[in-house]
Design a binder for this molecule. Sequence first.
Ligand SMILES: *Cc1c(COP(=O)(O)O)cnc(C)c1O
Length: 309
Amino acid sequence: MASHSNAGLATQAIHADQYLSGPEVAPAISTSTTFRHPTLDQIAAADDGYFDKNWDPAEPSRHIYSRETQPITTRAEHVLAAVIGHPTVVYPSGIAAFFAILLHVRPDVIAITDGYHGSHVGIDLYRRTRGEDRVTVIKLDDEYPSGKKLLCWVETPLNPFGESRSIAKYAEKTHAVGGVVGVDSTFAPPPLSDPFKWGADIVMHSGTKYFAGHSDALIGTVSVRDKADWVKLWEDRMATGSVAGSLDSWLLLRSLRTLPLRIKRQARTATALASWLATLQGGGVIEKVWHASLQEDAAELLGPEEAGG
Ligand SMILES: *Cc1c(COP(=O)(O)O)cnc(C)c1O
């Protein structure tokens, strides 16, 4: 996934997909599901691996059918990969992204405590498809079994209360038994948090929230450490048909241009509001204010870099 690796986040958000564009400055809305087949002469002249196994779904030289790839989703994935710093696959919702992770990891044990209710519903469905006796659900702070495929699912900050959890703590515990750490980072998009830095193996966002950011597109994302896992997720996405709509992908790409501006401003405003509300705590109206910045262990959890931003 080519990107301008020296550029800053705001520049990446605007330009990481530039080399995929035509002469137009803003991406055209592309709703075509099907792309014209090249002529035999074009194929002979192109000689770019279109028909052989080297055709790369991450850098498609042309598009065939939109369940595989389509131009705007590919561009959005390039921008997300640059902004998140890891290869990223786009889905039609956060829950679709989460379910794709369950299919990819195929855990026998899932460690999870609280968090987005829809994730628990997704786990129920996964257990039904695997056989309920085959998949055990435990709490994050339980002891982790070894010798079983474990997925430790850390949502942080937590929906709806916004508390942060230590990814590093659960990563250490999970990796000690050979498990996989997945992070639902929906509430801390870049540049607020980089879960990979703290040991995450796979990171999910409900792009419906901050990535799309305008309450007009349902989107999910999954980011992984390496390209091989990206390709597996892409293959599964093609098999399940869990593909983001072309209009939603376009709305996502539009939104990503302003991501760093929006997130920094929203975080600043939310932190200011939370600290003001906290001064009213105990006055008879407000009992408790929940926000990661007010957690007693906030500095320890986030590190000076993130806590400052
Ligand atoms: C909204 C949300 C989801 C689910 O995302 P959808 O896009 O609604 O499917 C998952 N996790 C968290 C933390 C969320 O806020």
